[in-house]
Design a binder for this molecule. Structure first.
Ligand code: ACO
Length: 381
């Protein structure tokens, strides 16, 4: 029997600290009017030193798990889509797996720029539809503020921080993620990149002084590329799901620039009430933008069970990706306090166990070293 991948939980986290256009205009040569007119952005959330990619991912995932009403021990896999991981390695997903107490789960990061969440959703759907796994947490989490050049007005006005997560579960019931389109054109890689910190330009005094660890972007070219792929990838995915364009109930695009979104909506002949836009308050949160938008669309009553949704992203790589989803989950009720208390207890217990594992590893290493030393000191008989 065919398996389907349903989205049964969702959650988001944005740092409380807000940076408005007016705030930015005090530090770089820009204006609120220019930013609003050219991008549609009015403000963005910026992570504090304590709010890292993994921490935000954990907040979003816990909310999604709460909505799904799933025990973390049932999770088979954690995928974190991010271009701003906690470290080069270990994967951010492993830190999240530990913090969730998802003891049985595998974990890996996925990097496909702002298309990352759509890529991760597609990968998770493949695991579920093939019967390999049944319960998967997919997260998009970004701290782009850490890789922005705050003196470059052409990029620093665009980005923000945040995280969004889905819980996916397999079922024989038709619905959920029905089709995906993934695309890449590496010939455009240099149009949007952080040049240093990898094997080509490892970190060193020179790379730091020349700001090679910050975002470099050819905005006009990325804009041209985005307007082209957003509409075509959406059209292809709808066709692949067997839908006509007028069957789309809600279009949830990557939130980078309202002009790019408008142009795609025009090409798809979608009226404004079928297009979800929230970038005014968040800016471009890269891999987190689509799941954050989905959470807000649900909260504002724009998504109901049975709806046909098309989500589409584009970004560094260059990459693009779209998913056609028949929404199956009903809107959740208020999470009952006893359940929330049980979750708090569960996460508290997971952190104690995680600390216990670290301690026991240290004790184990110390004791092994002591035994080695004693063995070396003991004269051979
Ligand atoms: N404030 C004031 N003026 C500015 C600013 C600013 N913040 N930024 C640029 N300008 C100036 C430029 O210097 C230029 O001045 P000039 O004509 O004297 O040279 C003028 O405004 C016009 O610049 P353009 O680059 O042509 O402006 P455009 O209308 O193309 O808008 C923008 C620039 C907003 C960056 C647009 O090109 C865009 O959105 N591109 C797509 C970017 C994107 O979505 N990137 C994310 C991809 S996803 C990922 O994976 C991270």
């Amino acid at each position: 029997m065919a398996r389907y991948a349903h989205i049964i939980g969702w959650g988001k986290f944005v740092p409380p600290n807000i940076l408005t256009n007016e705030d930015l205009a005090k530090t770089v040569d820009t204006t609120d009017q220019w930013i609003r007119e050219r991008t549609g952005i009015a403000a963005r959330h910026i992570a504090s030193a304590k709010e890292t990619t993994a921490i935000m991912a954990v907040h979003a995932a816990r909310d999604a798990i709460e909505v799904a009403d799933v025990n973390p021990a049932e999770i088979d896999l954690v995928i974190v889509a991010t271009a701003t991981p906690e470290y080069p390695f270990p994967a951010t997903a492993c830190l999240v797996q530990d913090a969730l107490g998802a003891e049985r789960a595998g974990a890996f990061d996925l990097e496909a720029g702002c298309s990352g969440f759509m890529y991760a959703l597609t990968a998770a759907t493949g695991f579920i539809r093939s019967g390999i796994y049944n319960t998967i947490v997919v997260i998009g989490s970004e701290t782009l503020s850490r890789v922005v050049d705050w003196n470059d007005r052409a990029t620093c006005v665009l980005f923000g921080d945040g995280a969004g997560a889905f819980v996916l579960r397999g079922s024989d019931e038709p619905g959920g993620v029905l089709a995906s389109i993934l695309g890449s054109d590496g010939s455009g890689g240099e149009l949007l990149m952080v040049p240093a910190g990898g094997s080509k330009h490892p970190a060193g005094p020179e790379t730091v002084l020349s700001k090679m660890h910050t975002i470099k972007m050819n905005g006009r070219e990325v804009y041209r590329f985005a307007t082209r792929v957003m509409a075509s990838a959406s059209r292809q995915v709808a066709e692949s799901a067997g839908w006509s364009l007028d069957q789309i109930d809600l279009f949830i695009p990557h939130q980078a620039n309202v002009r790019i979104i408008d142009s795609a909506a025009r090409a798809l002949k979608l009226p404004p009430d079928k297009v979800f836009v929230n970038l005014e308050r968040y800016g471009n949160t890269s891999a987190a933008s689509i799941p954050i938008a989905v959470c807000e669309a649900i909260d504002s009553g724009k998504i109901k069970a049975g709806d046909h949704l098309v989500m589409v992203g584009f970004g560094a790589g260059l990459t693009w990706a779209s998913c056609a989803i028949q929404w199956s989950a009903p809107k959740p009720g208020v999470i009952a306090p006893p359940r929330a208390a049980v979750s708090r207890l569960r996460y508290g217990w997971s952190s104690i166990k995680s600390i216990g594992s670290r301690l026991s590893r240290r004790v184990d290493a110390a004791v092994s070293q002591l035994i080695d030393t004693l063995e070396r000191k003991t004269p051979e008989e």
